[in-house]
Design a protein around this ligand. Structure first.
Ligand SMILES: O=P(O)(O)OC[C@H]1O[C@H](O)[C@H](O)[C@@H](O)[C@@H]1O
Length: 299
């Protein structure tokens, strides 16, 4: 592991205290323990598999009990969709959600802050053929700070879409609400991407019991209120103009071998730049998508 000191706050020497390799959900992972929380990041896909703040009870993230082995993308945690979401702007013959979620990732730097938080820097391997370069920050503390950093090393601007495809663990998707979307319009994947107004909080639609919605121009603060687990998960986004809310519902999940009967146990609320919110990265420039995930107890 190559180590670097992050200016100012992060210090490290040799191995990082509380960071080790382990197996999580049967996947090779970097396991992180801090005074405030535990977390795990998969080597395959670089996706955060687990984040459990002290006192939060269950894991904030959901990984399917039916998760497949690599090279099948991991169903759960926080898949990194990059440098495109779904197949937006691509031909048909490309993998869904880009190349990052099936790449092997390396831990390239890391250390502890004065407060005991652990900050790690990752980079995907084998993506040198792309026109953009990628790094990811995962800062584990009382909250999870998650940054996706794109650099355009070329002489031309490059357009991209992206998402942190967050799978949040919930008591029952049909009893949670997501606030922060009221008054927006969403593009409905189940209605040929037609635009519909969002009235009030998101709830799983009663009519067809499924959701695949892109909310362009969203405000960046979303709260998943879960009375069953008596907690609210807050996602606060910077550099991401879209939200995506997805759950395939019972019938859709029945056709997915890595979801099946477990569809009630998660909702995806994704921090993204997708649909009309395409990012153009100028030549030589950088772009970052950040999210902060935190949990509060509710009555
Ligand atoms: O099955 P995957 O490629 O992981 O995609 C899972 C889901 O991701 C996003 O939420 C998209 O909006 C959905 O249309 C898609 O079904």
């Amino acid at each position: 592991m190559r180590m670097m000191c992050h200016a100012g706050t992060v210090t490290t020497s040799g191995d990082i205290d509380g960071v080790r390799h382990g197996s999580v959900h049967g996947l090779d992972a970097i396991v992180v323990e801090t005074p405030h929380s535990t977390a795990a990041i998969s080597v395959f896909g670089g996706q955060v598999l687990s984040f459990t703040p002290a006192g939060a009870g269950e894991d904030v993230l959901w990984v399917s009990p039916l998760v497949k082995s690599p090279p099948t993308p991991i169903r759960g945690g926080i898949p990194v969709c990059w440098p495109y979401f779904a197949r937006e702007g691509q031909g048909r013959d490309v993998p869904s959600h880009g190349y990052a979620r099936t790449a092997r990732w390396a831990l390239i730097a890391g250390g502890r802050t004065d407060s005991g938080d652990c900050e790690l820097e990752f980079a995907p391997e084998g993506l040198d053929h792309l026109r953009l370069e990628l790094r990811m920050t995962v800062r584990v503390g009382a909250t999870l700070e998650h940054g996706l950093h794109t650099h355009n090393p070329g002489a031309e601007p490059v357009s991209m879409t992206e998402a942190f495809h967050n799978y949040f663990r919930v008591s029952d998707v049909s009893s949670v609400r997501v606030s922060g979307l009221d008054g927006l319009s969403y593009l409905d994947q189940f209605d040929d991407m037609r635009s519909h107004p969002q009235h009030g909080d998101w709830m799983l639609p009663r009519e067809d019991g499924r959701s695949d919605r892109v909310y362009p121009g969203a405000g960046g603060v979303y709260r998943i209120v879960d009375p069953g687990l008596r907690r609210a998960i807050e996602v606060s986004v910077r550099g991401g103009r879209s939200a995506v809310v997805w759950n395939p519902g019972e019938d859709g999940a029945a056709g997915m071998t890595d979801v099946g009967p477990h569809w009630r146990d998660f909702v995806c609320v994704e921090a993204a730049n997708v649909g009309p919110d395409v990012v153009e990265v100028p030549a030589g420039a950088d772009h970052s998508l950040w999210q902060t995930i935190s949990v509060t107890t509710i009555e």
